[in-house]
Design a protein around this ligand. Structure first.
Ligand code: SAH
Length: 352
């Protein structure tokens, strides 16, 4: 099925047959510049708006919207019209920018034990339109607060590089039509080597983040099971090629788990990997967020700070990710898309 944000500009023109050619610009900029629903694109004739609405509906039904106490983090729970699967999107406001964290799959097949999405399993890939729509709907919400979207991170539910063609389609749409430049787009991967290679061949230099979490294979095999297929050194070589091709710094994400991967030994091993790349990889430390299916807790704030200091002493640039939205389960690794879908929920569908 095709939804409103799946067709390209050329493809969508089919629905405008018999209309003057300027209608295409009106529709396209209504959707991608002004983030309007077709019904609200007021320079289009009413009958045409109705036709578009009927033939190309949006693909996300808003089921729930949770806002953090300070109002800076908004989590959307959607159901996909196609198949009714739940997915989530997180909109984060900062003083100087706003970032949207989008999902790329309904669920995830990577089975990282400490991640709530991984604990829940995989439903299906998202289409280009389903990914792009998360950005549009977030931008629509941000506009009500006079805010615009500056950054997109592909760090929501799912493994982006297991769905690389659609993720790339979304990147191009977001870049060309919404107008967010490649250096404001970040794809995070568990380390799917063929996916990184595919990305290396793509034309835009998006930022690459790799969820490393362990710097020796024995430990990483346990934490990130796909490591048994794409072990660390193969991953490093692939990152080096990406860096060489794109001239974009690579980031390693590291969820700090108490006594599991937060020792001095881990910091030394991690620093060695970072320094294999030139410029060295940047480390983004994420104190582990609690999830229902994982017993181990996050490292203490003191340990996080010591780990970061040690990395810096070893010549590696490391930052600690500001923890956002834990109280609404919107933080890294907490996206599980709530409760099983019920018919009741469908009735709360937002008016278009
Ligand atoms: N599948 C991709 C995209 C998800 S990004 C990837 O793994 O990169 C989500 C980030 O949050 C990843 O770095 C993931 O490893 C991390 N994460 C998962 N569970 C977490 C948890 N419980 N606490 C903190 N970070 C977590």
């Amino acid at each position: 099925m095709t939804s409103l944000y799946d067709p390209t500009r050329e493809e969508i023109s089919a629905i405008l047959e018999g209309e003057p050619s300027y209608r295409l610009n009106q529709l396209w900029s209504g959707l991608y510049t002004h983030f309007k629903k077709p019904a609200d694109i007021s320079n289009l004739p009413a009958a045409l708006r109705k036709k578009i609405d009927a033939e190309l509906p949006e693909s996300l039904i808003e089921v729930q919207r949770s806002t953090s106490e300070d109002g800076d983090t908004v989590k959307f729970l959607w159901h996909l019209v196609e198949g009714n699967h739940p997915i989530e999107t997180v909109l984060m406001y900062y003083d100087d920018r706003a970032t949207v964290c989008v999902s790329t799959q309904a669920g995830c097949a990577m089975a990282c034990g400490f991640c709530a999405t991984g604990q829940a399993g995989f439903n299906r890939h998202l289409s280009i339109g389903e990914i792009v729509e998360q950005v549009i709907r977030s931008a629509r919400e941000a506009a009500t607060k006079d805010r615009r979207i500056d950054n997109i991170v592909f760090m929501g539910m799912g493994e982006p590089l297991a769905n690389e063609p659609n993720v790339w389609g979304a990147v191009e749409r977001i870049h060309a039509d919404i107008g967010i430049s490649a250096r404001h787009l970040t794809i995070s991967t568990v380390g799917i080597v063929p996916g990184i290679r595919a990305l290396t061949q793509r034309p835009l230099p998006v930022n690459l983040a790799v969820s490393l979490h362990a710097a020796r294979d024995t430990l990483r095999d346990e934490l990130v099971p796909i490591n048994t297929r794409y072990p660390i050194q193969m991953l490093m070589d692939t990152c080096r090629d990406y860096l060489f091709e794109k001239r974009r710094r690579v980031t390693f994400e590291w969820a700090l788990i108490d006594s599991v991967n937060d020792t001095d030994r881990d910091a030394h091993e991690l620093a060695e990997l970072c320094l294999q790349l030139s410029p060295p990889a940047h480390v983004n430390l994420i104190p582990l967020n609690p999830t229902p299916g994982w017993p181990t807790v996050g490292s203490s704030p003191g340990r996080v700070a010591a780990f970061q200091r040690l990395l810096r002493d070893l010549g590696v640039n490391a930052t600690t990710r500001q923890n956002r939205g834990t109280e609404i389960a919107a933080a890294c690794g907490q996206l599980a898309a709530g409760q099983p879908v019920t018919i009741e929920m469908k009735k709360t569908r937002q008016p278009r």
